[in-house]
Design a protein around this ligand. Structure first.
Ligand code: UDP
Ligand code: MG
Length: 340
């Protein structure tokens, strides 16, 4: 029996102590025109709250001069930190890079194109204080094209809600507030930033949403088109699997294998009877091929299940990742009162 530490995110806390109240993380990819007013707007919204803060702008390989503008702003202001990536990785890695260097106890994310309104930050913070781990913005009056953006997004939100069990009106809104220990527990890959609430839910977070403002893009253009709908659906499969079977993959592959093997065997027995009891020829029957296919698929799925069980153990044990999350411990904690 092996025990894992129940106090999560210790590693990242050692590297990055939570010294500030708030970190605002903004991914920037070719947003040169917006940058100066964006930083101003965030700073003035956050100053209202009297919290200690930092603004982390992650330049995701911009080619329009955003990098120089960001470097200049970060030099002039001591509340702005620029993280400049080597090339364009995409919004998810850019956000992950921002999370990695964030020092706030609370992390706010928003887009760098001024479509989200930084003036909403205090409202999100107030909601978080009510006892949530994640508060998501809901662009109730969204200012994007109806057919190419709003409709696919409506369908996607409904689907994601169904599959993940986290019913939010607007998954796509980047304006969100998180408790930083939650962010440290979530691993981001691909384009999974859209599923952060679902990932948070897998980690046992309390989630809420509030309506926020949304403006039409004033500068530059959107980095996404219709193509993302298909990617969202693919990601949905991943999330669904992770939510349900991450720690027990054998239950899904093994079950499939068992059903396939049983069906194949039943057909095989039936054909054997026909051959030996009724003395009929079975060599040219399509059922024979089906039986062989089902038995083989069954064995393969079963073996695949075993392999994924091993992978899952490696995933958790190699990084000492617990299979549960402790919210807090109440009462006397004996581990802190060791008598010498
Ligand atoms: N973004 C990024 N890297 C990319 C694509 C986008 O950092 O490869 C940033 C972009 O600068 C913006 C945010 O992600 O701050 C959202 O992008 P966009 O506004 O194009 O998405 P939309 O609002 O149209 O969904
Ligand atoms: Mg945008």
């Amino acid at each position: 029996m092996r025990y894992y530490s129940s106090t999560n995110s210790t590693v990242s806390e050692v590297i990055n102590p939570r010294l500030l109240d708030l970190s605002v993380v903004v991914p920037i990819y070719n947003e040169a025109e917006s940058l100066p007013s964006l930083v101003e707007a965030i700073a003035s919204a956050v100053k209202e709250t009297q919290l200690s803060y930092e603004i982390i702008c992650v330049d995701d390989g911009s080619t329009d001069g955003s990098t120089d503008i960001l470097t200049e702003i970060a030099r002039q202001r001591n509340d702005v930190k620029g993280v400049i990536l080597r090339r364009n990785y995409g919004q998810t890695p850019a956000m992950a890079a921002g999370f990695e260097s964030a020092m706030g106890k609370i992390i706010i994310t928003l887009d760098g194109d001024l479509q989200n309104d930084p003036a909403d930050i205090p409202v999100l913070l107030a909601k978080l204080e009510e006892g949530y781990d994640l508060v998501s913005g809901w662009r109730k009056k969204r200012q994007d094209a109806a057919l190419t953006r709003l409709l696919p997004s409506k369908i996607a939100n409904w689907l994601i809600g169904r599959v993940t069990g986290v019913k939010l009106h607007d998954y796509g809104c980047s304006l969100k507030a998180y408790r930083s220990e939650l962010v440290a527990d979530m691993n981001l890959y691909g384009e999974l930033h859209r599923f952060l609430p679902a990932l948070a839910y897998i980690e046992g977070a309390r989630i809420s949403e509030i309506p926020v403002r949304h403006h039409a893009r004033r500068f530059g253009k959107s980095k996404y088109g219709l193509g993302r709908t298909i990617r969202v659906i693919m990601d949905l499969f991943t999330i669904f699997f992770m939510k349900k079977f991450l720690t027990r993959p054998m239950h899904v592959f093994g079950l499939g294998g068992f059903i396939s093997f049983a069906l194949g065997s039943a057909i095989g027995i039936y054909l054997t009877l026909i051959k030996f009891v009724f003395q009929q020829n079975i060599g040219d029957r399509p059922l024979l091929i089906l039986a062989v296919l089902l038995v083989l698929t069954g064995v393969q799925l079963f073996c695949f299940g075993l392999v994924t069980e091993l992978l899952m153990r490696t995933y958790h044990e190699s990084q000492r990742r617990p299979i549960y999350r402790v919210r807090n411990i109440v009462g006397k904690d004996n581990s802190l009162n060791i008598e010498h």
